[in-house]
Design a protein around this ligand. Structure first.
Ligand code: ADP
Ligand code: ZN
Ligand code: ZN
Length: 833
């Protein structure tokens, strides 16, 4: 094995050697290639790679005219086949994922209709895939020609750039300042003026090494300088130390180490260092006495550990102590020789859950989330893989954490939309958690105060076992929720329009008692609906069918879908007037209003705009915990899982924002969000109150949230779903077609819809009961310059739906392979717009 390739970064390779295929009789392996291709491939392995080619290691394999990263899944098909090519290299000394995960990868690829190699690539931490790319260099002849002249304008600009450096195509384009056609490059290559070289890039993540020292022999002999003596004495006392620690104890020790090593008095060695992803240290915490309900839940789950697959749904009201249940179950899994995986919603890189697990379990914990650097992720992955961390906490992608002996997978706030991955491999981490538990004969424990309709339906149909924590810890009351009708304030101007007298008074009281208030509005920015005062047209994004939002802090209008931005001084597109009315509200406007009403209050805002910087969420939450913040204004980020005892007032500025979305889950989302936000109030000793402002006080979902009545919400909502044939009763696959040209995109969508209909017509026996809806223009008809269409496939029979989709891909592959339009297959779609 050639170790140098392992973490090759931008390394030039020799062109692939062509082996004589017919001679090939050596062992074969099944390889999934990290490329957009379906199925797996059989490759051969020749000496000296044979012993290293085990399942779970990465290989470099010839693929078409290129080389690609692949993953060994197991033995390949029959050897002696004619067209088997040998792999070029093995890239790892040991597997990067356990073989027990291969069935999970296969299931995922199959179910979500995604290339297997790309599933594995998506599961592994970033920076582990080598990919090939071309770079161009100028030749001697090219240099001559450049000096001599006689080149076309673009040709000489290209060669001029290459005379300075070897460049990849995108770099070249940037430097030349315009598109460089491939034909032009090919022509220059044919004329011998430049050469094209193939390089491997990526694969840069590597372990971090730390230098350590230990003394050789016992007490230091004489004849040494005082400094050297001090070094040796320190080492003899300590055993061994990192060099950094030694220099902290003996200043400037590093300068003497080499000489001491040469004198045979000490040994310098390196040790694998795990980058510390944790912020500040967390004081350890002991386990409290469980409440009766917690105890019952813990016993129930623990008695199922190690006895086969089972799924529990822990339905506990907000602040009922679900996290404590998770910790006890995880501890029991570890005590019985298994490991435990805990999934938390996206925002949880800072969540209380992670904090509490770390306080309880310390170094046994690995964390996997988007706040880690590539290197840190790689380290955490390795700790899990080696069995050094027995418990992992992470966001959705952590469902692929490389454990080989999982006893339990816990999914906290299982209803949360952030478990759904959009883009690339589309999947639901909650659903995969259950599948993985099933494959491993392990326990899945899903928890929420507001379970998804899907999971509660599974309880009702007997697939899941319900566990309930019906009361808050120490029998604290659920907050008192008062509904304020915003309709009566429509004609008011200024902050009075969206901060009612009731809310204002409640805030004044809360602040005067030295307690904290949380104000929730699920929309960021200052004004979400800027409108021209002269002609009445709204300011819209150039690239999307969306109104721009005014961001006062950035002094700009911004599009929340594509990031397009224009200065706040810009005028109306339609008539040029610079008088723009700042209609519509956002968290910035709420913050400004609160500041005007309560000039003494210390206000913080938590939304996408204030939390972009690494560490900013942590410091916002720290402000709450240490009570240097009196009022926190925020979007749905504030709804998730936080536990702050001094928050006694929650103000919901406008409960209606998500209600009118053209999405069949709009009601479910609204209920969950409102109940969760309300649940942030009164978690400490003082009771909480919630003021819920709405334009739809009679709306069923809003009333159910006010009454914290999940059962009532469920009964009514499941009735709708039944009547309309929507999930969880039916299964859906959404095909999303997008492209830059409106006509062509429409035609592609119509073609795809036609393929669906003809497939259905061709096999009525299997597919008569399958519904094909569309093609229809998406509710967000244009985003970032792309026109969007949808075809929705729906069936009460999930198996038939998947068979249909597989046949559609196999028999109508051309419908998915249009050059300029993209088709995305979203199985069990979550975001319908
Ligand atoms: P949930 O996740 O259900 O919203 P938490 O797990 O955050 O609830 O628990 C709410 C609070 O109660 C936390 O501060 C937690 O430390 C505390 N708590 C949980 N279980 C117990 C217990 N058995 N005894 C005392 N306090 C507890
Ligand atoms: Zn205008
Ligand atoms: Zn836009």
């Amino acid at each position: 094995m050639n170790k140098d390739h392992r973490f090759a970064c931008c390394r030039l390779l020799e062109p692939p050697i062509s082996h004589s295929m017919t001679e090939f009789v050596a062992p074969t392996i099944e390889v999934a290639v990290a490329m957009p291709v379906r199925g797996t491939f059989t490759y051969g392995v020749t000496e000296p790679l044979v012993s290293a080619a085990v399942p779970g290691v990465r290989v470099l394999a010839p693929f078409g005219r290129r080389r690609a990263t692949g993953y060994i899944l197991g033995p390949g098909g029959a050897p002696g086949q004619k067209d088997i090519k040998p792999i070029l290299d093995v890239l790892d000394e040991s597997p990067v994922f356990p073989a027990s995960m291969i069935p999970l990868f296969r299931w995922t690829a199959d179910y979500y209709k995604h290339p297997l190699g790309e599933v594995i690539q998506a599961a592994l931490p970033g920076g582990m895939t080598l990919f090939e790319c071309a770079a161009f260099s100028i030749t001697e002849k090219g240099l001559h020609q450049l000096k001599g002249g006689g080149l076309a304008e673009l040709e000489s600009r290209v060669l001029d750039r290459l005379a300075h450096a070897r460049l990849r195509a995108p770099e070249l384009r940037k430097q030349v300042g315009q598109e460089v056609p491939g034909t032009l490059l090919a022509a220059l290559e044919r004329r011998g003026l430049l050469v094209r070289q193939v390089m491997l890039r990526g694969g840069a993540a590597k372990p971090l090494q730390e230098r350590w020292v230990r003394a050789r022999g016992a007490a230091p002999a004489d004849g040494l300088s005082p400094k050297k003596r001090a070094i040796l004495e320190t080492l003899v006392a300590a055993g061994e130390l990192p060099v950094s620690e030694l220099t902290a104890r003996v200043p400037r020790a590093a300068a003497h180490l080499r000489a001491l090593e040469q004198g045979g008095r000490l040994e310098i060695f390196s040790r694998r260092l795990y980058r510390d992803p944790f912020g500040e240290p967390i004081p350890p915490d002991g386990a409290p006495l469980l409440t009766m309900a917690q105890d019952a839940a813990v016993r129930n789950v623990c008695s199922a550990l190690g006895k086969g697959f089972r799924t529990f749904l822990l339905k506990g009201v907000t602040s009922s102590g679900k996290t404590e249940v998770y910790m006890r179950v995880a501890a029991e899994a570890v005590a019985t020789g298994h490991s435990a995986l805990v999934l938390v919603p996206e925002i949880a890189l800072i969540s209380q859950t992670e904090r509490r697990f770390r306080a309880r379990f310390g170094e046994q914990i690995a964390v996997l989330h988007s706040g880690l650097s590539e290197g840190e992720r790689f380290d955490q992955w390795t700790r899990i893989l080696r069995g050094e961390a027995r418990i992992a906490i992470g966001v959705r992608s952590a469902v692929f954490a490389p454990f080989s002996d999982l006893g339990v997978i816990i999914v906290d706030e299982e209803h949360d939309a952030s478990y759904k991955q959009e883009g690339g491999l589309h999947y639901s981490a909650r659903d995969l958690a259950v599948v993985r538990a099933q494959q491993l004969k392990a326990v899945a424990l899903l928890g929420s105060a507001t379970p998804s309709l899907q999971s509660y339906y599974n309880v009702r149909t007997g697939k899941y076992t319900e566990l309930a924590l019906p009361q808050r810890i120490e029998e604290r009351p659920l907050p008192d929720i008062r509904v304020v009708d915003l309709r009566q304030r429509r004609d008011l101007r200024g902050p009075g329009r969206f901060i009612s007298d009731e809310l204002k008074h409640a805030m004044a009281e809360t602040l005067s008692r030295g307690e904290q208030a949380l104000l929730f509005l699920n929309r960021r920015g200052f004004a979400s609906f800027p409108v021209c005062a002269a002609c009445g047209s709204s300011l819209r994004c150039r690239h999307c069918d969306i109104s721009l939002t005014l961001h006062q802090a950035a002094n700009a209008y911004r599009c929340h879908y594509c990031g397009y931005s224009r200065p706040a001084t810009a005028g109306c597109d339609a008539c040029g007037s610079s008088k723009i009315k700042r209609l519509g509200m956002g968290t910035e406007k709420v913050e400004a209003a609160v500041q005007a009403l309560f000039p003494q209050a210390r206000i913080a805002r938590m939304d996408h705009d204030t939390t972009r910087r690494k560490g900013s969420i942590l410091s916002l939450l720290k402000g709450l915990r240490e009570r240097t913040t009196d009022v926190l204004v925020g979007t749905q980020m504030v709804a998730k899982g936080h536990d702050f005892p001094a928050i006694t007032l929650v103000g919901i500025i406008c409960a209606d924002l998500s209600l009118s979305f053209p999405d069949f889950r709009a009601g479910e989302r609204t209920f969950q969000l409102l109940a969760q936000v309300a649940g942030r109030a009164g978690r400490g000793e003082r009771p909480g109150q919630v003021i819920l402002q709405t334009y739809n006080p009679e709306n069923f979902n809003i009333r159910a949230a006010r009454d914290q009545d999940f059962e009532a919400f469920y009964e009514k909502e499941i009735g709708f779903r039944k009547a309309l044939g929507y999930p969880p009763l039916a299964r859906m696959i959404q095909l999303r077609i997008s492209g830059r040209d409106p006509q062509r995109t429409r035609q592609s969508a119509e073609r795809l819809g036609g393929c669906c209909r003809s497939l259905k017509a061709a096999d009525p026996e299997n597919f008569a009961a399958l519904d094909i809806l569309g093609p229809a223009e998406a509710a967000l008809a244009r985003i970032a310059g792309h026109f969007r269409w949808q075809v929705l496939l729906k069936s009460l029979n999930g198996g038939a739906l998947h068979r249909f989709m597989d046949r559609l891909i196999a028999e109508h592959s051309q419908a998915f392979a249009a050059r300029s339009e993209r088709v995305v297959i979203d199985v069990d779609p979550f975001f319908m717009m």
